[in-house]
Design a protein around this ligand. Structure first.
Ligand SMILES: [Zn+2]
Ligand SMILES: [Zn+2]
Length: 763
């Protein structure tokens, strides 16, 4: 009997061998159900069996999901590649591609009506019409029958009862996402130029292009145009077969671009003669990745308006039925344009032809839990394996991406005036050491004055502070007691609602007591420092007649608040970094940053880069449609290079300085990093294991092992944490060295080890 290796979504790097029963047609990539331990499990056929397990010990494959297309070669290679790079077991990477496998893989059944050939032809005219239509068209959905024949539910029910109509259930045919009438906006000169450059990547295999455009320069429209061209690429056979697909756009193309979009005759002739309906543009698929799926509403609306059809939105809060429908549409190619956060990268697209990573610099592309990966970087890998173009779009490119541009690995397309501030936003630094807020307040007199002016003109204000809740710390004025989380080495954050204290790491929550738990003195507890709720309190007292909204990221009505800002119902919005991401607030004239220095503390290697990006993006929210936008940054270190670069709008100068510092120190992207995080309930045990691991480190030129040291967050959910940092030159075989080293030193029981290649978090 034939044997195959089946990879299972379990923490194993290898698959297991199973026998292929007689009569079952199994090929590599097929989804199958196999017995595993005491229960059945869904996996993917990974290859011919190679192990020497005796045949009598192998079990049979029990089911072949033949309604699903097999997982593509490129996808399987992508899983292998991710596992090898991140040091995660292949099974765990596979698991990311089939979330809730049992649910998503069941065939989607459709209820259809068909004419019972043995039944007599009805005489009643309405019934006769239904009968005739069904005979002509075969099985059809109830909706189709009703629409086409005008029959009511009652008539159909009666015909079913009379056995004239049979009700059957069958696997639903995929319905291909179709893009119909749409409204392509006229691109400005700069957009047209960028667009022409991007189009040259289409159909040319793998390439990476950084689309570097200032905030408000219309990057989205440019990549929408690219998506349209991609979807039309195979349909360019229209030129041959005479079926126009998007005629209204064609005339605006330059002759050069036209020649690029026309595919070779061989490809075109394959489609010649097919009708447009039967040619669902060759199931080519585009993936657009956004940093946070919660913020996609505006994007989705924009897409729908532009393309006349919705994109498929992949996220975690959909119903199981929707998940199954979407997953299958992605796997069978009927979903044409998919938008999602980082997890959408690991879906089994049938035929990807292009990827867009929007806001490529966003740190949230780094997945920290489970398999830890940088989704932007992995998207580039996937594009390489699929041999397709990828676009990285941003106004503030990451240093990693800039380095690749310098090295000539990525192309760059610029949009708008690169050296200009975000669309004429005047950026001012407020030196908090001179321009001091009143006692117990957090907004300086200058910022308050500017807010008043803007509000009097009927425009809007955004205040930013990257701290949730009311205050980051509560202490006792009498004895100095500080509220610390019982499970973590972190302060409890005060919330005004209820009122309560909460840990941001483990979400432990407690009621705010009246008296100090240490000295029992009543009325001695004071809030230290501001969170957004405290700024909200200050602003409401200052502008009692204004509509003030506060978004802290915990709120379920974030979308409503954002909408209030978009349609002008809100005057002032206060919030955390949720506000920095891609929102378009037409009437926003002033952005105030309450504590611009906040992100610089902590000393992680990307602190300056992130602070620059965040503040730059925020400033770009102001003045998008109103005449003059202003951004004011409150700081106690106005001479800091980040603040000076922001003030001078010298992005490239900042990047150059930051890159040269990284180069000197050998930090990424000029060197490689990996973090080893050990944790466990017994502090000593964890520490000993960490020390032992370091002692056992191989002595190889170039390998530097830093630590172990207690993690900055030394206790999390009652687990003690120690960190080891591995630093190597670029050309070092990091994964191979780590794999061999870690295999030699097994962890003692009660201690877990997590490997993080290219770490972004150092907590
Ligand atoms: Zn006390
Ligand atoms: Zn906690």
């Amino acid at each position: 009997m034939k044997r195959m290796e089946v990879l299972l979504p379990r923490p194993f790097d290898r698959g297991f061998d199973y026998l292929v029963p007689q009569g079952m047609d199994i090929a590599v990539g097929d989804y199958v159900r196999v017995p595993f331990g005491s229960k059945p499990m869904i996996g993917v056929v990974w290859g011919e069996a190679t192990s020497d397990v005796p045949a009598q010990k192998c079990k049979n494959i029990s089911e072949h999901f033949d309604h699903l297309p097999p997982m593509s070669d490129a996808m399987r290679r992508f899983i292998d590649w991710t596992a090898a790079y991140t040091l995660a077991p292949r099974g765990m990477v596979l698991k990311m591609t089939m979330p809730q496998a049992e649910g998503v893989m069941q065939p989607q059944l459709q209820t259809l009506l068909c004419w019972n050939a043995d039944a007599p032809v009805p005489s009643q005219p309405k019934r006769a019409a239904v009968a005739q239509w069904l005979v002509e068209h075969g099985a059809a959905t109830r909706e189709d029958v009703k629409r086409e024949t005008g029959a009511s539910d009652a008539i159909i029910r009666a015909m079913v009862l009379a056995n004239m109509i049979e009700v059957i259930s069958q696997v639903a045919a995929p319905s291909v996402q179709h893009f119909g009438d749409h409204h392509a906006p006229k691109l400005n000169e700069s957009q047209q130029l960028a667009s022409a450059n991007l189009r040259e990547t289409i159909g040319q295999g793998f390439s990476v292009t950084l689309m570097d455009g200032v905030t408000g320069s219309g990057k989205t429209e440019v990549y929408f145009d690219w998506i349209e061209q991609q979807l039309n690429n195979l349909a360019a056979s229209n030129v041959v077969s005479g079926i126009p697909s998007f005629p209204q756009r064609r005339e605006s193309l330059s002759p050069l671009v036209q020649s690029v979009t026309e595919i070779p005759a061989s490809g075109a002739s394959a489609f010649a003669g097919m009708t447009q309906q039967k040619m669902p543009q060759a199931d080519s698929q585009i993936l657009v990745m956004l940093p946070e799926i919660a913020l996609t509403n505006q994007w989705v609306q924009r897409f729908e308006k532009r393309f006349g059809a919705a994109a498929v939105v992949w996220h975690s809060t959909i119903t199981p039925a929707q998940r199954r429908q979407q997953w299958q549409a992605i796997a069978n190619g009927s979903a044409r344009v998919v938008v999602g956060a980082r997890s959408s990268l690991y879906l089994p697209y049938k035929k990807l032809v292009g990827i867009v990573v929007d806001e490529e610099h966003e740190p949230s592309y780094k997945q920290e839990d489970g398999v830890s990966y940088q989704a932007r970087d992995m998207a580039v890998v996937r594009a390489k394996l699929e041999n397709i173009p990828i676009i990285l779009a941003t106004a503030t490119p990451s240093i990693e991406t800039m380095r690749n541009v310098q090295l000539g690995k990525y192309q760059r397309v610029t949009l708008g005036e690169r050296f200009a501030r975000p669309e004429g936003v005047a950026l001012e630094l407020i030196d908090l050491r001179i321009d001091k807020p009143e006692k117990g307040e957090w907004l300086s007199p200058t910022l308050k004055r500017a807010m008043k002016e803007v509000l009097e003109q009927g425009a809007q204000v955004l205040l930013f502070l990257n701290r949730k809740g009311y205050a980051p710390l509560v202490l006792c004025r009498h004895c100095g007691y500080r509220f610390e989380c019982p499970n973590c080495s972190a302060w409890m954050v005060q919330y005004k609602q209820s009122p309560r204290l909460q840990c941001h790491h483990c979400h432990t929550s407690m009621k705010m007591p009246d008296a100090c738990p240490a000295c029992q003195e009543p009325d001695q507890l004071v809030a230290c420092g501001p969170g957004v709720e405290r700024i909200d309190e200050e602003v409401r007292a200052l502008f009692p007649t204004c509509n003030v909204r506060c978004v802290s990221g915990d709120d379920t009505d974030v979308q409503d608040t954002l909408n209030a800002m978009i349609d002008g119902r809100a005057d002032i919005i206060i919030g955390t970094q949720l506000l920095a991401k891609g929102h378009h607030f037409p009437k926003l004239a002033l952005v105030g940053v309450v504590d611009a220095d906040l992100g610089l503390a902590g000393g992680d290697l990307r602190a300056c880069e992130r602070t620059y990006q965040l503040l730059h993006q925020l400033a770009g929210r102001a003045g998008r449609e109103v005449a003059a936008g202003r951004a004011m940054l409150q700081t106690v270190q106005p001479d800091h290079p980040v603040m000076q670069a922001l003030k001078a709008a010298d992005r490239d100068g900042f990047l150059a300085a930051e890159m040269s510092q990284r180069e000197q120190a050998g930090w990424p992207p000029y060197g490689r990093l990996a973090a080893l995080l050990l944790d466990g309930a017994n502090e000593q045990r964890v520490q000993q294991a960490a020390r032992h691991l370091v002692q056992q480190a191989p002595r190889i030129n170039g390998l530097r092992v830093l630590g172990p040291a207690p993690a900055p967050l030394s206790r999390l959910k009652n687990q003690y944490r120690f960190r080891i940092l591995i630093k190597t030159p670029l050309d070092f075989a990091l994964q191979k060295t780590l794999r061999e080293w870690l295999a030699r030193v097994p962890m003692p029981s009660g201690v877990r080890l997590k490997v993080d290649i290219d770490p972004y978090q150092f907590l």
